[in-house]
Design a protein around this ligand. Structure first.
Ligand code: G6P
Length: 488
């Protein structure tokens, strides 16, 4: 963390993301309650901003009570120890429908994740996307106090912001991070506005992805769409006289500090919640309720495991936390219904009085509760069909200072590159996932310890401060080179 501060040495930091790190809601009693949203992006970027200070510009829609808009236009956060400013951009319902629900989540999200959900591209959504990107770019420009701030643009909501900011602040250092996968160039080319998106991103000084694979896909996409100069050995793309470094920076979490609650208490608490005894085996799943997370495949694998190992019936349950997300979209609602139905079927098939094989908690859970659940579990299932990185697996690892518990991890999550000592699974093979779940539940303590020790040393070292510091060190080098070149 101190490395991060010394890298910045007084530079001005501005973050832009759609999701805000804190949601201020007014309760029925008129009090303001502050929530943290379920978002991998927020989990990663928030600790970095606490360490760096500066200003974070985000869409204020999560802050439900629009009567409090004036007061909450800009707030110092985190609430318990303010260290940076949160500035909100308020969007109309129409803008939100077109830019966020429409182009970002019905277009780009399924375009970039291979989950076999067909992207929807509407010209009206694209118009809103472009206009909202302009609004955020303007917000950056008006927040900037210097002509060369460091602007951290986050994710697929803002592909056009880097170019728009660069037009007004040519000397800005713009670091863009794409938190989701980038598909191969042929898949990407179905987007009617493919060239505009790629051009927008190439306004960045640095463009980061989670894995070398996503970088390769992006570079090939540029190669097919634009007359750009690609220098493979330096990982740079020069387009319109401007150079962008395209590199992978695997995102992570802040390694927890301080004492954790006793494992025994956590185990007891979760088992009480689902009404089972102390020796009951539990696998935990924690996700947003999203069709990319492989939830149907996960529950199906539980059913196959119980079918193959009837001795596990009555002795094992999956506890699945699924935070509601983007629920006004048809695709998400249908998915929710399919999942509810499957859980009911599996419970009807294998359940017994006082025993359910699957518990689905479809509500938001805070970080403290989730940490207790991770500690209570015998295994954690991450079965994403496709995922940029996935931070749940890293949070599970970080929570297990007892060096117990087994991680099942989808090979289609970016995290699989870094964490080969998890049980790596293909979620599309229900049978293999079922076998891996059984292996996890019967794994010796010694093997659990060896695997967990290795996973923990990786995540502890490759933490989120390293992620941010790596990008900022690269940015600092570029700034220096630009200053030298300007003098020549
Ligand atoms: C993913 C995206 C983030 C997003 C998060 C939650 O992690 O990459 O940008 O914030 O999902 O989704 P939501 O639509 O609720 O912000």
């Amino acid at each position: 963390r101190s490395l991060l501060k010394s890298d910045l040495r007084g530079d001005e930091i501005i973050v832009v993301s759609n999701r805000e790190p804190y949601i201020h809601e007014r309760t029925a009693e008129g009090q303001i309650k502050i929530n943290r949203p379920a978002s991998g992006l927020v989990t990663a970027v928030e600790p970095v901003m606490r360490a760096c200070s500066g200003i974070w510009i985000a869409h204020g829609s999560g802050s439900a009570d629009r009567d409090t808009v004036d007061k909450l236009d800009q707030v110092a956060v985190p609430p318990e120890d303010p260290s940076y400013q949160l500035k909100r951009v308020w969007l109309s319902e129409e803008e939100e429908a077109g830019y966020y629900f429409g182009f970002a989540n019905e277009g780009l999200w399924p375009l970039c994740h291979i989950a076999h959900v067909r992207p929807v591209f509407r010209a009206s959504d694209w118009e809103h996307y472009r206009a909202v990107n302009q609004r955020f770019a303007d917000a950056v420009v008006s927040a900037a106090r210097t002509e060369d701030p460091v602007v951290l643009v986050q994710d697929y909501h803002f592909a056009l912001v880097p170019r728009m900011v660069r037009e007004k602040l040519p000397r800005a250092t713009i670091i863009t991070f794409w938190h989701i996968p980038w598909p191969n160039s042929e898949s990407f080319s179905i987007c009617p506005w493919r060239s505009e998106i790629v051009d927008g991103l190439l306004g960045s000084t640095i463009l980061g992805f989670h894995t070398p694979y996503h970088c390769k896909h992006f570079t090939e996409t540029v190669d097919h769409l634009l007359e750009a100069n690609i220098e493979q050995e330096h990982s740079t793309i020069t387009y319109g006289g401007h150079q962008t470094l395209v590199k992978n920076y695997p995102i992570s979490i802040a390694w927890p500090e301080g004492a954790m609650p006793p494992v025994e208490a956590c185990r007891q608490e979760l088992r009480e919640r689902i009404g089972v005894g102390a020796s009951h085996l539990i696998a935990i799943g924690v996700d947003r309720f999203d069709y990319t997370k492989g939830l149907i495949e996960r529950v199906s694998a539980v059913a196959v495991m119980l079918e193959r190992h009837p001795d596990m019936i009555g002795r094992f349950s999956l506890v699945q936390v699924a935070a509601p997300t983007r629920s006004s979209l048809e695709e998400y609602r249908t998915f929710h219904e399919r999942m509810d139905k499957l859980v009911q079927d599996v419970n009807a098939r294998f359940g017994q009085p006082g025993y359910q094989p699957v518990h689905l908690f479809a509500t938001h859970h805070d970080a403290v509760t989730l940490q207790r659940y991770y500690r209570a579990a015998d295994a954690c299932m991450v079965t994403s069909l496709h995922d940029g990185m996935n931070l749940v697996c890293k949070e599970f690892i970080a929570a297990r200072d007892d060096e117990r518990g087994v991680l099942l991890l989808s090979r289609f999550a970016g995290a699989a590159d870094e964490l080969p000592d998890a049980l790596i699974i293909n979620p599309y093979s229900i049978e293999d996932t079922a076998d891996a779940l059984h292996e996890a539940l019967t794994m010796s303590e010694a093997e659990q310890r060896d695997r967990m020790r290795s996973l923990r040393s990786t995540v502890q070292h490759n933490n989120v401060y390293l992620w941010a510091a790596d990008m900022l060190v690269d940015a600092a080098r570029t700034r220096l080179r630009e200053r030298i070149e300007a003098r020549i």
